[in-house]
Design a protein around this ligand. Structure first.
Ligand SMILES: *Cc1c(COP(=O)(O)O)cnc(C)c1O
Length: 440
């Protein structure tokens, strides 16, 4: 049954008159999938409700942060208690070191951390720091990896840029991106060649250790170790952008799961528990280059904001004290992804399922997806049809083939059952549409 959309459509039209595209982040637009984006008015646990009263199982989780689900009582209480004491001081508060200690306890290779207000700020600052530390200009990133919207990082940048089919971004002078080398993900040889071509000139390699921003793409066996080896060999820094994977794949992120330690780690999303927090961390030797101790400048009026610290601390302490949730999320996600895969098989719809822990993507292709080139070959029209049918079936997924979906601690068996049921209907629709085009 089609969902009601009248009120969301009215709100979208109103927003479009005053906000570009009606959205404050392009990934929220429904251009890639079609249909009316639901305007959300409330969330609780794994579910959200829109302005027309439709209820959805949410697999976006605010694009990653809400691992504990919506309006998690511990987080809400912590934020309210902090707000009662004042929302911002622009001076140090005890909560900042509280959160720093918990964050560092998760990452043994990191000794100091600086909080900022978004993942974009975290990666931008980490790169500035890598350049300051090494005195070098070039940086290596990978095609399809998204590291926020700083000028030098908007090169073959995955996520919304890929969804909208934009190669880079207008407004970035060539000169600002000339030191960014974009290489194919999972291709260690390409990295080795780049280091041979620019010896002693590459400051860092920045990578999503598990990619979420071209859809979920795991690192090939040995890829992260090869990056570790090559960067160390040339005295360049290795940056793991764990804005998405930190505290999601394990308490200690992808570096815990894969056993490879980077030099710098960038964080965001979950560490803010739904409020704006980003961070970059590393050994004291490198982090002490940051002002006021050193010459690398980075600042923020609302950095370490008390409400954001409170939400982050409530989220991380819950995860730290309930580590069994990682195993549970993994099992629930595995069941969900496998059951949807077999529903696709039954309907004869080619589907490739990539999943790491509670991150996953259903790619509409028969071929393995290991990098941007293989991701880009997916049937995005089939994805759009699937997407709209899932929405009608009460399932809210990221509105793009090139984004990862997330499951949280609150998703239960009944959510999985409803999702699989909706997927069966959706695949039947795709199969019928294909039969229709074949005969007409
Ligand atoms: C979301 C994301 C960012 C950007 O974070 P914002 O808070 O949106 O600025 C950077 N890197 C990765 C890997 C991300 O997933």
């Amino acid at each position: 049954m089609a969902r009601k959309t009248q009120e969301s459509r009215r709100l979208q039209q109103r927003a479009e008159a005053v906000i570009p595209g009606g959205v404050n982040s392009p990934v929220r637009a429904f251009r890639a999938v079609g249909g009316d984006p639901p305007f959300i008015v409330r969330g609780e646990g794994p579910r959200i409700w829109d302005a027309d009263g439709n209820e959805y199982i949410d697999y976006v989780g605010s694009w990653g942060p809400l691992v504990l689900g919506h309006a998690a009582p511990a987080v809400v209480e912590a934020v309210v208690a902090a707000a009662r004491k004042g929302t911002s001081f622009g001076a140090s508060t005890p909560a900042e070191a509280d959160l720093a200690e918990v964050v560092l306890s998760a990452f043994p290779a990191m000794e100091k951390v600086r909080f900022v207000s978004s993942g974009t700020e975290a990666t931008m600052s980490a790169i500035r720091l890598a350049r300051a530390y090494t005195g070098r200009k070039y940086i290596v990133k990978f095609e399809g990896c998204y590291h926020g919207h700083a000028d030098a990082l908007l090169v073959k940048a995955g996520s919304g840029v890929a969804t909208l089919g934009i190669p880079g971004s207008a407004g970035v002078p060539e000169e600002f991106a000339q030191f960014t080398l974009a290489l194919p993900y999972n291709n260690a040889d390409a990295v080795d060649q780049a280091f041979k071509k620019f010896p002693g000139q590459i400051a860092c390699v920045i990578v999503e250790p598990v990619v979420g921003n071209m859809g979920c793409v795991p690192p090939a066996s040995g890829f992260l170790d090869a990056l570790r080896y090559i960067t160390s060999r040339d005295s360049a820094l290795l940056i793991f952008d764990e804005v998405m994977t930190g505290f999601r794949l394990a308490f200690g992120g992808a570096q815990e799961v894969y056993g490879t330690a980077p030099d710098l780690t960038t964080l965001g999303k979950i560490i803010g528990g739904g409020l704006p927090v980003g961070a970059y961390a590393g050994p004291a030797e490198i982090m002490d280059l940051v002002a006021p101790l050193g010459p690398m400048y980075q600042a923020g009026t609302l950095s370490g904001n008390p409400l954001a610290m409170a939400a982050g601390l409530a989220t991380l302490t819950y995860l730290r004290d309930n580590r069994e949730v990682y195993g549970r999320m993994e099992r629930t996600a595995a069941t969900l992804v496998t059951m949807v895969a077999s529903a696709a098989k039954d309907a004869g719809v080619p589907l490739t399922c990539n999943r790491v822990g509670s991150m996953f993507t259903w790619f509409f292709t028969a071929h393995p997806v290991t990098d941007w080139e293989s991701a880009a070959r997916c049937d995005v029209d089939a994805f759009g049809r699937f997407y709209r049918a899932m929405l009608d079936g009460g399932v809210y997924l990221p509105p793009s083939q090139f984004e990862a979906a997330f499951l949280g601690t609150e998703h239960a068996e009944e959510d999985v059952r409803q999702t699989v049921y909706a997927a069966r209907q959706a695949f039947a629709g795709i199969k019928a549409a294909r039969a229709g085009t074949a005969t007409s």
